[in-house]
Design a protein around this ligand. Structure first.
Ligand SMILES: Cc1cc2nc3c(=O)[nH]c(=O)nc-3n(C[C@H](O)[C@H](O)[C@H](O)COP(=O)(O)OP(=O)(O)OC[C@H]3O[C@@H](n4cnc5c(N)ncnc54)[C@H](O)[C@@H]3O)c2cc1C
Length: 417
């Protein structure tokens, strides 16, 4: 049996970040993860699971010492964000409008996790248990006891960062409110004829959005070069042109199931017939499908157990905010516990932990609801609503006053600055 101040269950991006954030406060932390993440080598192709990392998340990762390594491995900065349904209402957000060098980076989830783990290994007050699995959990007024497959741990606080289907959330009987979008997202990694781009874009189609997220083996911002086709470049250049991307295709579950069963060649043809022309020629490298569900835990805490990240909330990934909300949870938890320690309070009592929930619930709910409003507004078949939504995008894009008030405020909020 081993005793810790905190046990974090789940060593994904949010769990690993929370372990580091709590250790920075001088607490002893155990991190329990069931799967050992595969180490990184430069030769590896891009993972399918990538995230758009906001500026606010980047600052947190810098504070935790994990950002530099991600940048040294690979991450792709983007400076512009294009959104449209009808071409005439194309709206573009630019980092210059909020006085930033970029809006965010597209990074592979595993590299973010690995970089956080690298920092964790340097901390004498964090112990990692991996591969290890939770068997049972009991709580009393003094501590929580966690029986794992190979060892039993006790803690003052348990952090559930075990993802969307959180076992801990079920074990402590925290219910959820959920909403099934009846849609899936297909992620497709492609090589593009265009060199690496500094833009991420999304077009709303009646069946759901299609999106482009740039990927790069270099982490330097590059502006788009004149078009070259994949066939035009020599085989030596083919290796180095840096034109890669993650495409996201939202559609009804059955259609995504059909697309997922196609060969890469067949899928390529389907993509070219549906995605906008600005994509250019592509070559499909890898693909996978993920169901979309919105979930929100009815409470974030129950007797020494606190939910963070996807264990507390999942969101439509349309605006790439899921893990960014999880990182905001980590930041809020660190602030709340740090203040409590500073004020001489018992940092793990219910009153203190409730402050974390107060800080986060409204913000998470607001982002979930905003995504749902966008999702419904853009999937509504009524011609009147279609005209209205395009007119709104057009106005936001072209009317000077609205431009700075609405567009730049929305952009700053999405980037977390
Ligand atoms: C299609 C798609 C696209 C997305 N794109 C974006 C994006 O662009 N930007 C963005 O911010 N978000 C995005 N998201 C959301 C983002 O992927 C999630 O919010 C994020 O992965 C949540 O991180 P987490 O650490 O909370 O959970 P997870 O990543 O699910 O990690 C949970 C960890 O807990 C471990 N675990 C689970 N149970 C146990 C147990 N019993 N014992 C031990 N370990 C356990 C798991 O092995 C895993 O490592 C997207 C999601 C989807 C589906």
């Amino acid at each position: 049996m081993k005793d810790f101040d905190c046990v974090v269950i789940g060593g994904g991006m949010v769990g690993a970040a929370s372990a580091l954030a709590l250790a920075q406060l001088g607490l002893t932390v155990a991190l329990v993860e069931q799967h050992q993440p595969q180490p990184f080598t430069k030769e590896q192709s891009f993972d399918l699971r990538v995230s758009a990392i906001s500026l606010a998340s980047q600052y947190l990762l810098e504070q935790l010492g994990a950002w530099t390594q991600v940048m040294q491995w690979r991450a792709c900065p983007y400076k512009r964000l294009g959104v449209w349904e009808q071409e005439y209402a194309y709206t573009e957000f630019n980092a210059d409008n909020i006085s930033q060098a970029h809006l965010g980076h597209i990074a592979e989830n595993r590299l973010l996790q690995l970089s956080l783990w690298q920092q964790i290994k340097l901390q004498s007050n964090i112990e990692v248990f991996c591969p290890e699995k939770l068997i049972s959990l009991s709580q009393n007024s003094d501590q929580a006891t966690l029986v794992l497959e190979h060892i039993t741990l006790t803690a003052k606080l348990v952090i559930a960062a075990d993802g969307a289907n959180s076992q801990i959330r079920d074990l402590v009987n925290i219910g959820i409110t959920s909403w099934d979008y009846q849609q899936s997202a297909m992620l497709v990694n492609v090589k593009t004829e265009l060199s690496q781009q500094d833009i991420t874009w999304q077009q709303y189609l009646p069946t759901g959005p299609v999106a482009f997220l740039p990927l790069s083996k270099n982490t330097v911002l590059q502006t788009t070069k004149p078009q070259e086709t994949i066939d035009d470049v020599s085989s030596k250049d083919k290796v180095d042109t840096g034109g890669y991307a993650s495409l996201v295709w939202y559609h009804q579950r059955d259609e995504i199931k059909r697309l997922a069963a196609l060969s890469n060649q067949q899928l390529q043809q389907e993509i070219l017939s549906v995605f906008p022309k600005r994509l250019g020629q592509i070559e499909v490298l890898d693909k996978g499908a993920f169901p979309l569900t919105r979930r929100h835990a009815n409470t974030y805490q129950n007797k020494r157990v606190l939910l963070l990240g996807d264990a507390a909330h999942t969101i439509n990934p349309m605006a790439g905010q899921g893990v960014n909300l999880g990182f905001k949870d980590v930041q809020a938890l660190q602030t709340v516990i740090s203040c409590a320690i500073g004020n001489g309070e018992c940092w793990h009592n219910t009153v203190v932990l409730s402050r974390y929930e107060r800080m986060r619930r409204k913000d998470n709910l607001l982002m979930q609801s905003t995504m749902d409003v966008l999702y419904h507004a853009f999937s509504h078949p009524s011609p009147l609503i279609k005209t209205l939504r395009n007119a709104s995008l057009f106005a936001v894009s072209k009317v000077p006053g609205l431009n700075s008030v609405v567009k730049n405020k929305a952009l700053a909020y999405a980037c977390g600055v």
